[in-house]
Design a protein around this ligand. Structure first.
Ligand SMILES: NC(=O)c1ccc[n+]([C@@H]2O[C@H](COP(=O)([O-])OP(=O)(O)OC[C@H]3O[C@@H](n4cnc5c(N)ncnc54)[C@H](OP(=O)(O)O)[C@@H]3O)[C@@H](O)[C@H]2O)c1
Length: 289
């Protein structure tokens, strides 16, 4: 095994699960903070993995495990607590002498953005810089995997919806985000870099529907809805109010075509072509078809 000292947060989430898989397939060991003994048991079954049961809300549960760590991966979901959880982790990492933080941020993070997610990500980034911790900020665009939230609708009703109009977004596959994270956690040359991470092209949701129809060989329609309707649907699905507000702001930002730039980060960092939307649909055909 290659000797590195890596610490992961968010290892059970969408990007984190892919990162775990990629590090494991490279035979690289790591520690991972998880919240339940059942999650720890699953990770401890992997070679050279040490799971720590704790919570980002309580640094005493993970601070000792940070001693001797060279690089840490920081990710949480976007919640009202995300900013303080992430800053708390960065401060604990700083106290423990962690050498480098790889933080999962978001495309267009900016303290003065009208999008709350982009503001909190920028505040966490700026706190990490202020602490003087070497960093790599990963700023991915909309996840292709987000579409899987509609898998039952696509499968049974041939439709999905959002408040985005005809705007194009350079959406990205989380496997490519994880590949960049793995590179930043294990290789040289990523210190104090910010990577905008996108897929290979900017596509409208109508174009996504065309590709879905073509690959799944059945009609799939995109339905543009007003933000109020999307808000109601998110409420009915049980999302917390703060997060609903953030998603509505996010989609307004996409609608303004502020997330249509295509970056070459995936190819530059991983030396592989980014996964296109057609490939994503083929790989998830069993869920969507
Ligand atoms: N979705 C998009 O299109 C998109 C686009 C760009 C950027 N992003 C950013 O991506 C991030 C979310 O990534 P993701 O989808 O991979 O996340 P995710 O699937 O929602 O997973 C969140 C992870 O954070 C862990 N976590 C949350 N609170 C915790 C706590 N208090 N202590 C310890 N662990 C905690 C969760 O653990 P449990 O398993 O215990 O819950 C889980 O492993 C957000 O910051 C978002 O802004 C998302």
């Amino acid at each position: 095994m290659k000797q590195t000292s890596i610490f992961l947060t968010g290892a059970t989430g969408a990007v984190g699960a892919q990162l775990v898989q990629q590090l494991t397939s490279l035979n690289i060991g790591f520690k991972a903070l998880v919240r339940t003994p059942a999650q720890a048991e699953q990770l401890n079954d992997l070679p050279n993995v040490e799971a720590i049961v704790g919570d980002l809300a309580d640094p005493t549960t993970f601070e000792n495990a940070l001693h001797g760590v060279e690089r840490a991966f920081l990710l949480t979901n976007s919640s009202e607590q995300a900013e303080s959880l992430q800053i708390g982790f960065a401060e604990a990492a700083h106290r423990a002498g962690v050498g480098h933080i790889v933080k999962l941020s978001q495309f267009a993070a900016d303290e003065s953005s009208p999008v709350r997610f982009l503001r909190y990500h920028a505040r966490v980034e700026n706190r990490i810089k202020e602490l003087g911790l070497p960093y790599t900020f990963l700023r991915p665009n909309l996840y292709m995997q987000g579409l899987l939230a509609f898998k039952e609708h696509i499968k049974h009703h041939g439709q999905f919806f959002a408040a985005i109009g005809n705007a194009r977004v350079s959406l990205v596959d989380v496997r490519d985000i994880a590949a960049i994270a793995a590179a930043a956690l294990t290789g040289p040359g990523h210190e104090n870099r910010t990577y905008d991470i996108t897929g290979p092209e900017a596509l409208s949701h109508y174009q996504l529907a065309e590709t879905l129809s073509h690959v799944l060989a059945k009609p799939v329609n995109f339905i543009d809805v007003p933000p109020g309707q999307m808000e109601k649907a998110l409420g009915a699905a049980g999302f917390p109010e703060w997060q609903i507000g953030g998603l509505i702001e996010d989609y307004a930002h996409y609608t303004r075509e502020e997330a249509s730039v295509v970056s070459d980060a995936v190819a530059r960092v991983t030396r592989k072509s980014p996964i296109g939307f057609e490939q994503f649909v083929k790989d998830h055909r069993f869920l969507l078809g």
